[in-house]
Design a protein around this ligand. Sequence first.
Ligand code: ADP
Length: 164
Amino acid sequence: MDKNAIYPGTFDPLTNGHLDIIKRSLKIFDKITVLLALNTQKKTLFTLEERINQIKNVLISENIQDKVIVDCFDGLLVNYCRENDINIIIRGLRPLVDFEYEFEMAMANRELNHNIETIFILTDQNYFYLRSSLIKDVIKLGGDISNKIPPSIKDEVIKKIKTF
Ligand code: ADP
């Protein structure tokens, strides 16, 4: 049977930091579901549909589209896991900032569903300070971050920021 895991997030937009976590997860798991929450508290630059399309296009250009499902969900992550018979959640971990929040989330999810395990993959040294919000700020101010974001998504951020 395939070993599957869920990689949940906002991905507003997907960065090379996220992509790195996806690719490294595929060394451990046969299939990864990149899962976007429908009801996020966060105000996003891109709509859910835009983010899903961006991720799908990047997966095609990386030729990993057959191993990665992109989906969205409304409600509790643990319920999505249960409904889809997946009990591994993957999260990327950057130094300092992520730990407390991720610790709480992992504890809460396991409390809600004892079968769930959260696995943390440490960020790559090239991406340890990379956040989607930083990308948007740097692009807005005209900085070059080509090595931190897939080219197709960079173009979309530029286009979107211009129309704002
Ligand atoms: P969320 O809003 O759920 O934190 P994000 O899209 O910001 O969603 O992040 C999704 C996951 O990817 C989280 O586990 C986050 O820690 C991880 N992540 C984000 N940026 C990086 C990065 N540069 N390197 C490694 N992991 C990252």
